[in-house]
Design a protein around this ligand. Structure first.
Ligand SMILES: *[C@@H]1O[C@H](CO)[C@@H](O)[C@H](O)[C@H]1NC(C)=O
Ligand SMILES: *[C@@H]1O[C@H](CO)[C@@H](O)[C@H](O)[C@H]1NC(C)=O
Ligand SMILES: *[C@@H]1O[C@H](CO)[C@@H](O)[C@H](O)[C@H]1NC(C)=O
Ligand SMILES: *[C@@H]1O[C@H](CO)[C@@H](O)[C@H](O)[C@H]1NC(C)=O
Length: 249
């Protein structure tokens, strides 16, 4: 993480950028605009992979390339519920400082200020705020704005653990449990018996959200290998448990 200057937390830096500057003279000349792709307010990516958060600015009626008069102050912040604002990348006075794994897609100077995040972790999920201030050589603000993109990092289900709850005797009930320790979005669970013959289970004996399978009034023919599969939109993983129904009391 990039540290803000001593005594000035990242959140007040952002405030300086967004509020403080609005007190300055209004931008002269062409209309400044900061853009993110329309309709792209949520970006999804897989854990371990990389993602680009696209953002760029324009001055109406001008070419996309940065002009020699421009002095860019750029910051990318991460906002997460219940956590302090985190500075992910800053480009100030021609110097780029960045958190590990974060970089600009285009070398500066560029009006395309897209952020690349590599080796994504689940905890990189959150709202990324791109904050841009453009000044001319005299130090006059020519435009400032900020835009937010939401990133959701998906994690395939980690191998679940299967357990037998209860004592499997003829005529009794048992529950098979299945739980994956990590999955984003949350995994759904399926149970089937794979041996000696295949049998697939559904609600109400199966609770796909909790992973519990209720087996009632056991008979010896219900013995076998029960396989649970935890699945979400980016992957799946399985475990199994062997049920041996004893006839003894
Ligand atoms: C800026 O770069 C991003 C990422 O490469 C791209 O998706 C976007 O179209 C670019 N914007 C412009 C105006 O070229
Ligand atoms: C097994 O489950 C059924 C239905 O939920 C219940 O009526 C019965 O009392 C249970 N049997 C035992 C031995 O717990
Ligand atoms: C339990 O199963 C046995 C045979 O497997 C059956 O005769 C009995 O009626 C069942 N009991 C209940 C409560 O369903
Ligand atoms: C049950 O799980 C073990 C590993 O835990 C695996 O080697 C075996 O193939 C599984 N059996 C079935 C029927 O899925």
């Amino acid at each position: 993480m990039v540290s803000p200057p001593p005594g000035l937390p990242a959140s007040s830096l952002l405030q300086v950028l967004l509020l403080g500057l609005s007190a300055l003279a209004p931008a002269s000349g062409a209309q400044f605009q900061l853009h993110v792709p329309s309709g792209l307010d949520q970006v999804h990516a897989m854990e371990g992979e990389e993602v680009v958060l696209p953002a760029w600015y324009t001055f109406q009626g001008e070419a996309a390339t940065a002009r020699p008069w421009e002095t860019l102050t750029l910051m990318w912040f991460l906002e997460q519920e219940g956590k302090d604002l985190k500075q992910v990348l800053a480009h100030i006075s021609g110097v780029t400082t960045n958190q590990d794994g974060a970089s600009l897609v285009y070398p500066m100077p560029s009006r395309n200020v897209s952020l690349r995040l590599q080796r994504l972790r689940e905890k990189d999920s959150g709202s990324y705020r791109c904050s841009v201030n453009v000044q001319d050589k005299q130090g006059t603000s020519r435009g400032h704005s900020s835009k937010t993109l939401k990133l959701d990092v998906w994690v395939p289900p980690a191998p679940p653990s299967c357990h037998l709850l209860g004592t499997p005797r003829v005529g009794t009930n048992v529950t098979l449990s299945c739980k994956s320790p990590r999955s984003k979005p949350a995994a759904l669970y399926q149970w089937e018996r794979s041996h000696p013959s295949v049998e697939v289970f559904f609600a109400p004996v199966l609770d796909a959200i909790s992973g519990f399978l209720s087996l009632r009034n056991l008979s010896s023919s219900m013995s076998g290998v029960y396989v649970c599969k935890a699945t979400n939109r980016v992957g799946s993983a399985s475990c199994n448990v062997t049920l041996e129904v004893s006839s003894g009391q």
